[in-house]
Design a protein around this ligand. Structure first.
Ligand code: FE
Length: 337
């Protein structure tokens, strides 16, 4: 029964079936873009001979796993955002993994205490500021972003986007729901345009003179710099690591979970462990511009050149739990309208 078109790590189109799963392969459902995980999976395949089939899904990953149940061909879920990771777990479609290797490589605050999900990298949600129009020291905190001096000068993607909801959840954790609602209203007042596009589009808007500051994830700077068409956008801005008034810089995760059905469980765990090792964490750092989580692995020179990241101390689990509240108030203030 063929029911899913997948892209293999060799970038060929293939199909997999739930009844004829080969022992030397792993099937991955991913919200992450192909270019981000392919270099890693290719390196794993080269080293182990185990092929990886990837199904890239824009949405509906959880629903798909639930619908497939124990007939699912998927072994692993790879995604960004703590709320998405916990949503997969909460849907009951994962199983716990006990691994000494992972426990050694990934610090406790970046993995589920019951072993259902593991962080692989982190990224900071920071400010991109026009080199020309924003002097040094003009913005140092997330709370600063509602200052009237930014009126008509701020760009961001949708408030209901996962990355922005996680930031809003952190704001709730620091200041409570009422204060955060005021903060969202203040942000909305400062917008240069209705939220639209991804994080990269906001940097382009700064380059084009539509706004002076934007909110975005760190690794997009690396992506923008590495493409000819976007290099000038990246060069028109610098990165500022804002902090919460009473905390650090908001970070989020990319991570992985083992599905309950996992037909290739042993190999899948092998891949999970491999993704936390020195080689993989270095690829994440160098090729993707993400922050490795493994103690002893360092961010790339480029990422380090942007400044020192002091992560906020609110536990990620708490941020995930606040998602319904942040979504509710984001909609109440009509942020994206
Ligand atoms: Fe992203």
């Amino acid at each position: 029964m063929k029911f899913r078109t997948l892209i293999t790590t060799a970038a060929a189109i293939t199909t997999i079936s739930s009844t004829a799963v080969q022992a030397d392969e792993i099937n991955v459902y991913s919200y992450r873009q192909p270019e981000l995980i392919k270099p890693l999976f290719d390196a794993f395949t080269k080293e182990t001979g185990i092929n990886i089939n990837i199904a890239f899904l824009k949405k509906g990953l959880v629903e798909k796993l639930v619908a497939e149940g124990n007939r699912s061909p998927a072994d692993l879920v790879v995604t960004v955002d703590i709320s998405r990771l916990t949503a997969v777990v909460n849907a009951g479609v994962t199983q716990p993994v006990v691994s000494e290797i992972i426990n050694k490589n990934i610090p406790g605050e970046f993995r589920d205490p019951s072993g259902h999900w593991f962080g692989l990298t982190s990224r900071a949600r920071i400010i991109y500021a026009s080199k020309e129009r924003v002097p040094d020291g003009e913005v140092t905190t997330y709370e600063d972003l509602v200052s009237t001096k930014w009126k008509g000068r701020l760009c961001t993607r949708a408030g209901t986007n996962a990355y922005n909801l996680a930031l809003t959840s952190s704001m709730i954790a620091h200041h409570g729901e009422d204060e955060t609602k005021k903060w969202l209203r203040g942000l909305k007042k400062n917008l240069a345009r209705k939220p639209s596009g991804n994080d990269r589009a906001q940097v382009k808007a700064i380059w084009a003179g539509e706004c002076d500051i934007s909110i975005g994830n760190t690794y997009y700077m690396k992506k923008l710099l590495s493409k000819k068409e976007s290099r000038a956008w990246a060069e028109s801005v610098r990165i500022i690591f804002p902090k919460f008034e009473n905390g650090g810089t908001h970070v989020n995760l990319s991570g992985v979970a083992l599905t309950k059905a996992a037909p290739n469980k042993e190999n899948a765990i092998k891949l999970m462990e491999w993704l936390t090792n020195e080689t993989a964490q270095e690829i994440y750092a160098e090729k993707n511009g993400e922050y490795p989580l493994r103690p002893g692995s360092n961010p790339s020179k480029l990422v380090s050149s942007w400044g020192k990241l002091v992560p906020d101390s609110i536990p990620l689990i708490q941020i995930a739990k606040l998602r319904p509240k942040s979504l509710k108030i984001t909609e109440e203030v009509g942020f994206d309208q």
